[in-house]
Design a protein around this ligand. Structure first.
Ligand code: SAM
Length: 219
């Protein structure tokens, strides 16, 4: 086992099961031109989010952390015509780029990008709730805050996904002084203890290295 082999298998799976798509490719190219770090989900994970939206028959999706709209496009494409995805992004330049990308992908009508810090935007979303699926992928330090809002803004049966829970193994280091890792650990502890959630976590390897994601159902 070696990171090169993980990436090769990931590329093979993406070629075989995911395929390529001009709008998604253009989104990644725009992200690159804007000198944003390639911290979007991997293609196989974008497809997983897409499938989770379909499997759960979600009509209202909430995303925290838009970047250039890559995962938003994946999820929006799984929504019915009257479905809606609200995605929160703190950086206005990212939000503007994402707006262009979701429009170019043909899902602009279904996607509402809210600019601001998620902790400030979330309390104002009661009128758009309940959400059927929530994808948490922003500042990891705030994961417990975002999980609390995910629970408040959803009903039993809703799906909650948290990205980046593996962190090259650092997540298992209880003594870490990295505030992002502490944030991930706090979120996982909450998913384990808070009666509003029933959850599991999976490690992943691939083009993004060694990481993972947690999936929960709102109880
Ligand atoms: N979900 C995206 C995808 O897969 O294509 C990737 C999101 S990227 C990992 C995280 C994003 O969260 C960045 O664009 C960053 O600007 C944004 N962000 C960071 N802190 C935030 C906050 N407090 N509120 C809202 N967005 C935030």
């Amino acid at each position: 086992s070696h990171p090169d082999a993980w990436a090769a298998v990931d590329r093979y799976l993406a070629e075989t099961l995911v395929g390529s798509d001009p709008a998604l490719d253009a989104t990644l190219a725009s992200q690159d031109r804007a000198h944003l770090r390639p911290i979007e989900v991997a293609p196989v994970a974008g497809k997983l989010l897409h499938l989770l939206v379909r499997i759960s028959r979600a009509r209202r999706v909430l995303e925290i952390g838009t970047l250039a709209g890559y995962s938003a496009i994946w999820m929006a494409r799984a929504l019915p015509a009257d479905g809606r995805l609200i995605s929160i992004e703190a950086e206005p330049a990212n939000a503007a780029l994402a707006r262009e990308n979701v429009d170019a992908a043909g899902v602009g009508e279904r996607v509402d990008i809210r600019i601001g810090r998620a902790a400030d935007v979330l309390p104002g979303l009661a009128d758009e709730a309940p959400f059927d699926l929530v994808f948490i992928d922003a500042d990891k330090e705030s994961n417990t805050v975002y999980l609390d809002w995910a629970a408040r803004l959803s009903q039993p049966g809703a799906v909650i996904v948290v990205d980046n829970i593996g962190r090259s193994g650092e997540v298992a280091n209880a003594d870490t002084d990295d505030p992002q890792i502490q944030g991930v650990r706090g979120g996982l502890a909450m998913l384990g203890e808070d009666p509003r959630f029933d959850a599991t976590g999976l490690q992943t390897v691939g083009v993004k290295g060694w990481d993972g994601l947690a999936i929960a159902v709102r109880v």
